[in-house]
Write a protein that binds this ligand. Structure first.
Ligand SMILES: [Fe+2]
Length: 414
Protein backbone atom coordinates (compact mmCIF):
# COMPACT_ATOMS: atom_id res chain seq x y z
CA UNK A 1 0.00 0.00 0.00
CA UNK A 2 1.52 3.31 -1.05
CA UNK A 3 1.50 6.51 0.94
CA UNK A 4 -1.69 8.62 0.99
CA UNK A 5 -1.08 12.40 0.82
CA UNK A 6 -3.28 14.98 2.51
CA UNK A 7 -3.24 18.75 1.92
CA UNK A 8 -5.38 21.12 3.94
CA UNK A 9 -6.96 24.45 2.93
CA UNK A 10 -6.22 24.10 -0.74
CA UNK A 11 -6.80 26.71 -3.44
CA UNK A 12 -7.68 25.24 -6.84
CA UNK A 13 -6.75 26.68 -10.22
CA UNK A 14 -7.25 25.57 -13.78
CA UNK A 15 -4.49 26.92 -15.96
CA UNK A 16 -4.10 30.49 -14.82
CA UNK A 17 -7.58 30.99 -13.40
CA UNK A 18 -8.79 30.62 -9.83
CA UNK A 19 -11.60 28.12 -9.66
CA UNK A 20 -12.32 27.40 -6.00
CA UNK A 21 -11.09 25.85 -2.80
CA UNK A 22 -11.45 22.83 -0.56
CA UNK A 23 -10.73 22.17 3.09
CA UNK A 24 -8.82 18.98 2.33
CA UNK A 25 -7.34 17.25 -0.68
CA UNK A 26 -6.54 13.56 -0.33
CA UNK A 27 -4.44 11.66 -2.85
CA UNK A 28 -4.55 7.87 -2.79
CA UNK A 29 -2.00 6.31 -5.17
CA UNK A 30 -3.21 3.25 -7.04
CA UNK A 31 -1.89 -0.13 -5.93
CA UNK A 32 -0.30 -2.59 -8.23
CA UNK A 33 -2.19 -5.86 -8.36
CA UNK A 34 -0.09 -8.39 -10.25
CA UNK A 35 1.10 -6.38 -13.25
CA UNK A 36 -2.05 -4.30 -13.27
CA UNK A 37 -1.70 -0.72 -12.07
CA UNK A 38 -4.91 0.38 -10.40
CA UNK A 39 -5.89 4.03 -10.98
CA UNK A 40 -4.92 6.62 -8.41
CA UNK A 41 -7.80 8.33 -6.69
CA UNK A 42 -8.37 11.72 -5.08
CA UNK A 43 -11.00 13.33 -2.88
CA UNK A 44 -11.88 17.01 -2.42
CA UNK A 45 -13.54 17.67 0.92
CA UNK A 46 -15.84 20.71 1.20
CA UNK A 47 -15.27 21.69 -2.39
CA UNK A 48 -16.37 25.23 -3.17
CA UNK A 49 -16.31 26.19 -6.82
CA UNK A 50 -16.36 29.79 -7.96
CA UNK A 51 -18.87 29.05 -10.71
CA UNK A 52 -19.93 25.55 -11.53
CA UNK A 53 -18.33 22.21 -10.92
CA UNK A 54 -18.65 21.54 -14.65
CA UNK A 55 -16.04 24.18 -15.31
CA UNK A 56 -13.71 21.96 -13.39
CA UNK A 57 -14.81 18.68 -14.90
CA UNK A 58 -13.84 19.51 -18.44
CA UNK A 59 -10.24 20.36 -17.62
CA UNK A 60 -7.38 17.95 -18.09
CA UNK A 61 -5.07 19.25 -15.38
CA UNK A 62 -5.71 20.98 -12.08
CA UNK A 63 -3.31 23.12 -10.08
CA UNK A 64 -3.50 23.14 -6.31
CA UNK A 65 -1.86 25.50 -3.85
CA UNK A 66 -1.61 24.52 -0.20
CA UNK A 67 -1.39 26.97 2.70
CA UNK A 68 2.41 26.63 2.83
CA UNK A 69 2.57 28.09 -0.68
CA UNK A 70 3.51 24.85 -2.43
CA UNK A 71 1.89 24.23 -5.77
CA UNK A 72 0.88 20.85 -7.15
CA UNK A 73 -0.44 19.53 -10.40
CA UNK A 74 -3.10 16.82 -10.72
CA UNK A 75 -2.83 15.70 -14.31
CA UNK A 76 -5.23 13.86 -16.60
CA UNK A 77 -7.92 13.81 -13.99
CA UNK A 78 -11.53 12.85 -14.21
CA UNK A 79 -14.17 13.57 -11.60
CA UNK A 80 -16.20 10.44 -10.98
CA UNK A 81 -18.56 11.54 -8.23
CA UNK A 82 -20.03 14.97 -7.58
CA UNK A 83 -23.14 13.92 -5.73
CA UNK A 84 -21.80 14.94 -2.37
CA UNK A 85 -20.06 18.33 -2.24
CA UNK A 86 -18.31 17.27 0.96
CA UNK A 87 -16.59 14.38 -0.77
CA UNK A 88 -16.06 14.99 -4.47
CA UNK A 89 -13.92 12.20 -5.82
CA UNK A 90 -12.16 11.23 -9.01
CA UNK A 91 -9.27 9.46 -10.65
CA UNK A 92 -6.08 10.96 -12.11
CA UNK A 93 -2.84 9.93 -13.70
CA UNK A 94 -0.37 11.93 -11.62
CA UNK A 95 -0.03 14.16 -8.63
CA UNK A 96 3.22 16.10 -8.44
CA UNK A 97 4.88 19.12 -7.00
CA UNK A 98 4.93 21.83 -9.62
CA UNK A 99 8.23 23.36 -10.65
CA UNK A 100 9.88 23.04 -7.29
CA UNK A 101 13.22 24.31 -8.49
CA UNK A 102 11.91 27.40 -10.23
CA UNK A 103 8.81 28.33 -8.28
CA UNK A 104 8.30 31.50 -10.30
CA UNK A 105 8.03 29.45 -13.48
CA UNK A 106 4.37 28.83 -13.11
CA UNK A 107 3.32 30.83 -10.12
CA UNK A 108 -0.36 31.22 -10.53
CA UNK A 109 -1.83 34.63 -10.05
CA UNK A 110 -5.41 35.26 -9.10
CA UNK A 111 -7.44 37.75 -11.08
CA UNK A 112 -5.37 37.71 -14.29
CA UNK A 113 -7.26 39.22 -17.16
CA UNK A 114 -9.09 36.62 -19.15
CA UNK A 115 -10.89 37.27 -22.39
CA UNK A 116 -13.90 35.10 -21.76
CA UNK A 117 -15.08 34.62 -18.21
CA UNK A 118 -15.42 31.15 -16.74
CA UNK A 119 -19.14 31.76 -16.44
CA UNK A 120 -19.59 32.40 -20.16
CA UNK A 121 -17.34 29.49 -21.00
CA UNK A 122 -19.55 27.20 -18.96
CA UNK A 123 -22.71 28.57 -20.64
CA UNK A 124 -21.04 28.08 -24.02
CA UNK A 125 -19.95 24.60 -23.04
CA UNK A 126 -23.51 23.64 -22.14
CA UNK A 127 -24.89 25.10 -25.37
CA UNK A 128 -22.37 23.19 -27.49
CA UNK A 129 -23.05 20.03 -25.56
CA UNK A 130 -26.85 20.42 -26.11
CA UNK A 131 -26.23 21.05 -29.77
CA UNK A 132 -24.13 17.91 -30.13
CA UNK A 133 -26.74 15.76 -28.42
CA UNK A 134 -29.60 17.27 -30.45
CA UNK A 135 -27.94 16.68 -33.83
CA UNK A 136 -26.81 13.18 -32.87
CA UNK A 137 -30.39 12.38 -31.85
CA UNK A 138 -31.59 13.58 -35.26
CA UNK A 139 -33.17 16.82 -34.02
CA UNK A 140 -32.53 20.31 -35.32
CA UNK A 141 -30.22 22.62 -33.43
CA UNK A 142 -31.32 25.35 -31.12
CA UNK A 143 -30.10 28.32 -33.13
CA UNK A 144 -31.28 30.76 -30.53
CA UNK A 145 -29.06 29.22 -27.90
CA UNK A 146 -26.05 29.45 -30.22
CA UNK A 147 -26.86 33.09 -30.87
CA UNK A 148 -27.20 33.86 -27.20
CA UNK A 149 -23.79 32.34 -26.55
CA UNK A 150 -22.33 34.28 -29.45
CA UNK A 151 -23.74 37.53 -28.08
CA UNK A 152 -22.22 36.81 -24.68
CA UNK A 153 -18.85 36.10 -26.28
CA UNK A 154 -19.08 39.28 -28.37
CA UNK A 155 -19.94 41.26 -25.26
CA UNK A 156 -16.89 40.02 -23.40
CA UNK A 157 -14.48 40.30 -26.31
CA UNK A 158 -15.58 43.88 -26.93
CA UNK A 159 -15.24 44.71 -23.27
CA UNK A 160 -11.73 43.28 -22.95
CA UNK A 161 -9.24 46.10 -22.93
CA UNK A 162 -7.49 46.69 -26.21
CA UNK A 163 -4.35 45.00 -25.00
CA UNK A 164 -2.57 42.09 -26.53
CA UNK A 165 -4.46 38.93 -25.83
CA UNK A 166 -2.64 36.16 -24.17
CA UNK A 167 -3.13 33.11 -26.31
CA UNK A 168 -3.08 30.87 -23.30
CA UNK A 169 -6.14 32.57 -21.87
CA UNK A 170 -8.23 31.13 -24.61
CA UNK A 171 -7.20 27.60 -23.91
CA UNK A 172 -9.08 27.32 -20.69
CA UNK A 173 -10.72 24.07 -21.62
CA UNK A 174 -9.00 21.03 -23.00
CA UNK A 175 -11.68 18.78 -24.37
CA UNK A 176 -11.43 19.17 -28.14
CA UNK A 177 -14.87 17.95 -29.18
CA UNK A 178 -16.67 20.33 -26.91
CA UNK A 179 -14.34 23.24 -26.77
CA UNK A 180 -12.88 23.56 -30.25
CA UNK A 181 -16.07 25.34 -31.31
CA UNK A 182 -15.90 27.78 -28.42
CA UNK A 183 -12.21 28.48 -28.96
CA UNK A 184 -12.73 29.02 -32.68
CA UNK A 185 -15.67 31.38 -32.05
CA UNK A 186 -13.57 33.36 -29.57
CA UNK A 187 -10.55 33.60 -31.88
CA UNK A 188 -12.83 34.60 -34.79
CA UNK A 189 -14.22 37.41 -32.65
CA UNK A 190 -10.80 38.63 -31.62
CA UNK A 191 -9.77 38.80 -35.27
CA UNK A 192 -13.11 40.49 -36.03
CA UNK A 193 -12.35 43.06 -33.37
CA UNK A 194 -8.89 43.68 -34.84
CA UNK A 195 -10.56 44.22 -38.23
CA UNK A 196 -13.04 46.69 -36.67
CA UNK A 197 -16.15 44.76 -37.61
CA UNK A 198 -19.53 46.12 -36.56
CA UNK A 199 -21.50 44.65 -33.67
CA UNK A 200 -23.93 42.98 -36.07
CA UNK A 201 -21.05 41.46 -38.02
CA UNK A 202 -19.53 40.21 -34.78
CA UNK A 203 -22.77 38.46 -33.74
CA UNK A 204 -22.95 36.58 -37.04
CA UNK A 205 -19.24 35.82 -36.97
CA UNK A 206 -19.53 34.44 -33.43
CA UNK A 207 -22.50 32.17 -34.10
CA UNK A 208 -20.94 31.00 -37.38
CA UNK A 209 -17.68 30.28 -35.57
CA UNK A 210 -19.52 28.32 -32.93
CA UNK A 211 -21.37 26.26 -35.56
CA UNK A 212 -18.61 25.98 -38.18
CA UNK A 213 -18.05 22.25 -37.69
CA UNK A 214 -21.66 21.26 -37.02
CA UNK A 215 -21.50 19.08 -40.16
CA UNK A 216 -19.00 16.81 -38.42
CA UNK A 217 -21.86 15.50 -36.33
CA UNK A 218 -23.02 13.64 -39.44
CA UNK A 219 -19.65 11.96 -39.93
CA UNK A 220 -19.45 8.49 -38.34
CA UNK A 221 -17.51 8.47 -35.08
CA UNK A 222 -15.35 5.64 -36.44
CA UNK A 223 -13.93 8.13 -38.96
CA UNK A 224 -13.98 11.18 -36.70
CA UNK A 225 -12.04 9.55 -33.88
CA UNK A 226 -9.85 7.26 -35.96
CA UNK A 227 -6.36 6.98 -34.55
CA UNK A 228 -4.49 6.19 -37.74
CA UNK A 229 -4.47 7.66 -41.23
CA UNK A 230 -7.83 7.91 -42.99
CA UNK A 231 -8.36 5.85 -46.16
CA UNK A 232 -9.14 7.83 -49.34
CA UNK A 233 -12.80 6.97 -48.96
CA UNK A 234 -12.87 8.02 -45.31
CA UNK A 235 -11.11 11.26 -46.14
CA UNK A 236 -13.63 11.99 -48.88
CA UNK A 237 -16.42 11.43 -46.35
CA UNK A 238 -14.67 13.72 -43.86
CA UNK A 239 -14.46 16.41 -46.53
CA UNK A 240 -18.24 16.40 -46.79
CA UNK A 241 -18.62 18.01 -43.38
CA UNK A 242 -18.76 21.62 -44.68
CA UNK A 243 -21.63 20.73 -47.03
CA UNK A 244 -23.39 18.74 -44.29
CA UNK A 245 -22.97 21.72 -41.98
CA UNK A 246 -24.49 24.08 -44.51
CA UNK A 247 -27.41 21.68 -44.99
CA UNK A 248 -28.09 21.49 -41.26
CA UNK A 249 -27.94 25.27 -40.92
CA UNK A 250 -30.02 25.86 -44.06
CA UNK A 251 -32.85 24.05 -42.28
CA UNK A 252 -32.45 26.23 -39.23
CA UNK A 253 -34.33 29.46 -39.41
CA UNK A 254 -32.92 32.41 -37.55
CA UNK A 255 -29.33 31.86 -38.55
CA UNK A 256 -27.91 34.28 -41.08
CA UNK A 257 -26.64 33.22 -44.49
CA UNK A 258 -23.26 34.72 -43.59
CA UNK A 259 -22.99 32.39 -40.60
CA UNK A 260 -23.97 29.43 -42.80
CA UNK A 261 -21.24 30.33 -45.28
CA UNK A 262 -18.67 29.89 -42.50
CA UNK A 263 -19.72 26.25 -42.15
CA UNK A 264 -19.58 25.77 -45.93
CA UNK A 265 -16.33 27.59 -46.70
CA UNK A 266 -14.00 27.32 -43.71
CA UNK A 267 -11.79 24.72 -45.46
CA UNK A 268 -11.36 26.76 -48.64
CA UNK A 269 -7.84 28.12 -49.17
CA UNK A 270 -7.05 31.68 -50.16
CA UNK A 271 -5.09 30.72 -53.30
CA UNK A 272 -7.49 27.90 -54.15
CA UNK A 273 -7.11 24.18 -53.64
CA UNK A 274 -9.32 23.93 -50.57
CA UNK A 275 -12.64 22.12 -50.31
CA UNK A 276 -15.48 21.70 -51.10
CA UNK A 277 -15.40 24.11 -54.06
CA UNK A 278 -11.76 25.15 -54.56
CA UNK A 279 -12.75 28.80 -54.28
CA UNK A 280 -10.14 31.56 -54.34
CA UNK A 281 -9.55 34.93 -52.64
CA UNK A 282 -12.63 37.11 -52.40
CA UNK A 283 -14.84 34.27 -53.66
CA UNK A 284 -14.51 32.96 -50.11
CA UNK A 285 -16.56 35.01 -47.64
CA UNK A 286 -14.57 37.21 -45.26
CA UNK A 287 -16.07 35.38 -42.25
CA UNK A 288 -14.94 32.01 -43.63
CA UNK A 289 -11.43 33.41 -44.25
CA UNK A 290 -11.35 34.50 -40.60
CA UNK A 291 -12.61 31.12 -39.43
CA UNK A 292 -9.93 29.30 -41.47
CA UNK A 293 -7.19 31.01 -39.42
CA UNK A 294 -8.97 30.42 -36.10
CA UNK A 295 -9.71 26.77 -36.93
CA UNK A 296 -6.15 25.86 -37.92
CA UNK A 297 -4.61 27.77 -35.02
CA UNK A 298 -6.83 26.05 -32.47
CA UNK A 299 -6.29 22.60 -34.00
CA UNK A 300 -2.49 23.05 -33.93
CA UNK A 301 -2.38 24.18 -30.32
CA UNK A 302 -4.60 21.43 -28.94
CA UNK A 303 -3.58 17.87 -28.13
CA UNK A 304 -5.09 15.48 -30.64
CA UNK A 305 -5.05 11.67 -30.53
CA UNK A 306 -2.35 11.63 -33.21
CA UNK A 307 -0.26 14.67 -32.23
CA UNK A 308 0.67 16.66 -29.15
CA UNK A 309 -0.20 20.33 -29.03
CA UNK A 310 2.23 22.86 -30.46
CA UNK A 311 3.21 25.95 -28.53
CA UNK A 312 1.53 29.20 -29.67
CA UNK A 313 4.89 30.22 -31.11
CA UNK A 314 5.27 27.09 -33.24
CA UNK A 315 1.66 27.33 -34.38
CA UNK A 316 2.20 30.97 -35.40
CA UNK A 317 5.20 29.92 -37.49
CA UNK A 318 3.08 27.32 -39.29
CA UNK A 319 0.28 29.83 -39.91
CA UNK A 320 2.79 32.35 -41.19
CA UNK A 321 4.10 29.81 -43.68
CA UNK A 322 0.57 29.69 -45.09
CA UNK A 323 0.27 33.45 -45.51
CA UNK A 324 -0.73 34.09 -49.17
CA UNK A 325 -1.43 30.44 -49.92
CA UNK A 326 -3.78 29.06 -47.29
CA UNK A 327 -4.82 32.25 -45.50
CA UNK A 328 -5.91 35.73 -46.38
CA UNK A 329 -2.82 37.88 -45.54
CA UNK A 330 -5.02 40.72 -44.23
CA UNK A 331 -6.79 38.39 -41.80
CA UNK A 332 -3.64 36.61 -40.67
CA UNK A 333 -1.80 39.88 -40.09
CA UNK A 334 -4.68 41.08 -37.90
CA UNK A 335 -4.49 37.84 -35.93
CA UNK A 336 -0.72 38.04 -35.43
CA UNK A 337 -0.92 41.67 -34.33
CA UNK A 338 -3.61 40.80 -31.81
CA UNK A 339 -1.87 38.00 -30.01
CA UNK A 340 1.20 37.68 -27.92
CA UNK A 341 3.82 35.22 -29.05
CA UNK A 342 5.34 34.89 -25.62
CA UNK A 343 2.56 34.71 -23.03
CA UNK A 344 3.23 35.82 -19.48
CA UNK A 345 4.70 32.89 -17.59
CA UNK A 346 6.53 31.42 -20.57
CA UNK A 347 10.26 30.82 -20.63
CA UNK A 348 12.32 32.36 -23.44
CA UNK A 349 15.95 32.29 -24.55
CA UNK A 350 17.75 35.56 -25.30
CA UNK A 351 20.42 36.44 -27.84
CA UNK A 352 23.12 36.76 -25.13
CA UNK A 353 22.63 33.12 -24.06
CA UNK A 354 20.56 33.82 -20.98
CA UNK A 355 17.07 32.58 -20.17
CA UNK A 356 14.19 34.67 -18.92
CA UNK A 357 10.65 34.45 -17.74
CA UNK A 358 8.08 36.66 -19.47
CA UNK A 359 6.33 38.82 -16.88
CA UNK A 360 4.02 40.94 -19.01
CA UNK A 361 3.51 41.98 -22.59
CA UNK A 362 4.04 45.38 -24.13
CA UNK A 363 1.02 46.26 -26.25
CA UNK A 364 3.23 48.20 -28.67
CA UNK A 365 5.54 45.29 -29.43
CA UNK A 366 4.63 41.63 -29.22
CA UNK A 367 8.27 40.58 -29.40
CA UNK A 368 9.55 42.89 -26.64
CA UNK A 369 7.78 41.99 -23.39
CA UNK A 370 8.88 42.75 -19.83
CA UNK A 371 11.03 39.86 -18.62
CA UNK A 372 12.98 38.59 -15.64
CA UNK A 373 16.29 36.80 -16.18
CA UNK A 374 16.27 33.39 -14.46
CA UNK A 375 19.58 32.03 -15.77
CA UNK A 376 22.51 34.06 -17.07
CA UNK A 377 24.68 33.21 -20.08
CA UNK A 378 27.13 31.22 -17.93
CA UNK A 379 24.32 28.98 -16.69
CA UNK A 380 24.13 30.59 -13.27
CA UNK A 381 20.72 30.71 -11.69
CA UNK A 382 19.61 34.31 -10.93
CA UNK A 383 17.64 34.63 -7.75
CA UNK A 384 17.19 38.42 -7.56
CA UNK A 385 14.00 39.71 -9.11
CA UNK A 386 15.18 42.22 -11.68
CA UNK A 387 12.64 43.26 -14.27
CA UNK A 388 13.86 44.18 -17.72
CA UNK A 389 11.63 45.98 -20.15
CA UNK A 390 12.89 44.83 -23.54
CA UNK A 391 11.52 48.00 -25.11
CA UNK A 392 14.32 49.83 -23.31
CA UNK A 393 17.13 47.36 -24.06
CA UNK A 394 17.38 47.29 -27.81
CA UNK A 395 20.53 45.13 -27.88
CA UNK A 396 18.76 42.36 -26.07
CA UNK A 397 16.12 40.34 -27.89
CA UNK A 398 14.26 37.07 -27.66
CA UNK A 399 15.59 34.26 -29.83
CA UNK A 400 12.61 32.02 -29.20
CA UNK A 401 10.67 30.09 -26.62
CA UNK A 402 12.72 27.83 -24.34
CA UNK A 403 11.79 24.45 -23.04
CA UNK A 404 11.80 24.36 -19.21
CA UNK A 405 12.98 20.73 -19.46
CA UNK A 406 16.14 21.89 -21.23
CA UNK A 407 17.07 23.86 -18.11
CA UNK A 408 16.50 20.83 -15.98
CA UNK A 409 13.22 22.17 -14.70
CA UNK A 410 10.56 19.54 -14.73
CA UNK A 411 7.08 19.27 -13.32
CA UNK A 412 8.09 16.03 -11.61
CA UNK A 413 11.02 17.42 -9.67
CA UNK A 414 10.02 16.04 -6.32
FE1 LIG B 1 -14.03 21.83 -40.28
Amino acid sequence: MRQTTKLTDVTIFTGYSYIGSCSEFVWIPGDKIGDRQMPSRFIFRNLKCEYDVEALMIRKDLYLRSTDGKEYIVSDFQITDINDADNVSGVAKNFDLLFEKFPEMKTITVGEKVIVSKKTQVVAFKAVSNMIHAVRAGHGIDVQQAQEVSEKLVEEVLQAPDAIMNLMDIKSFDDYTFTHNINVATICLLIGQALNLSREDMNDLGSGGLLHDVGKLKIPLSILNKDGKLTDQEFAEMKSHPAYGYEILAKSRGISERARMIALQHHEKFQGGGYPKRLKGQEISLFARICAVADVYDALTTDRPYRVAMSPYEAMKILNAGIDSHFDPKVLTAFIRKFSLYPAGSLVSLNDGSYALVLKNNPSSVIRPVIKIVMDSSGRRIKERVEINLLEYKDLFIKGPADPAALNITANSR
